[in-house]
Design a protein around this ligand. Sequence first.
Ligand SMILES: [Zn+2]
Length: 374
Amino acid sequence: MKRKKHNPLIPVLLTVVLLALTVLLFLLVRMLMDGRGFRTDSCEPEKRTEAGEIAIVTPAPTLLDLYVYFDWTETTTINVYDHRADKIVPMDLEEYIVGVVSAEMPAYYEFEALKAQAVASRTYTLYRMAHGRCQTNPDADVCTNSKCCQAFSTHERMQNTWGKDYANNYNRIAEAVMGTAGEVLVYDGKLCDALYHACSGGQTEDSEHVYANALPYLRGVDSPYEDPMRTEDVAIGEDALIELILTKYPDSGITDDNYRDLIAIDKAYPSGRVETLRLGKETITGKQARNLFGLRSTMFTIIWPEDGIVFHTKGFGHGVGMSQNGANGMAKHGSKYRDILLHYYTDVSIASYGADGIATPAPGDADIPPEPEG
Ligand SMILES: [Zn+2]
């Protein structure tokens, strides 16, 4: 009987493979553990959502990892008022910007659009801080309420919103933020009031047509690649229309017999946004009309159906500064974030926050909160 011969190398090879597997397993466990080191208070490893489901916790890099990755050493701590939790949370500026971009722009937007948003949001934040801080909570630099400062997502909110895409989306946005860390928009050496909105409808607006001040870098420009272009028809029936108008403007003299003749666009800006709308004996601004009829923007025309009225609107938001959908469209057509920013903010340059050359901006400019992404 022939005895089977063992190769003396086999036990050695097996030992080497086992050792390698152990090391790999150790590294994997360490990576997973590191990913939980978020610095926001709201992030807990496992949390029940309101619906009673377990929120998915997937590893995402800590901001610290990204600081090392991007060799970014300067940090700025700001006090953020979390209006939902009613508490002030000190946080790193860049970490705050990740939360803002997560809430203000869809995570699936083009990477260069996310970077442009990061620079706009950072500039807007620092400009606000230099101009009287948060109006809601004067003890804070900024708050998380989009009606006052900018929208913001905590890790918990990101997990609940994104579910299994949380890690991917977070990493993508954090990379866009850290890839532009410290970059801000300046005009004439001073921080800009970097307003932005969801969709311009094809043309942005001069700041003085919407707000008090004519700012040289907030000029109306073409926005050729709005993606998506937001259009909406708002239909209001005859009875509802008359009631809506008379409740707010009882002296307008509008009745169900005359409304077709007495409601008309009075003046429009070259962009197509309505400057004034005639309601019988009253003339209201486009902004007042937008509020009254619940329109997405003041860029609208009137259509007369059989009964009532239809406002055909284009765009979403105030129309001043960068259009987010326009930025996404430009990025799809190959523009880099710098091209996008220099397109929407006239004659600005990109500077590093904290570097020499940024003078403290003069106070007194219009206080204009951005509009949330719709
Ligand atoms: Zn605020």
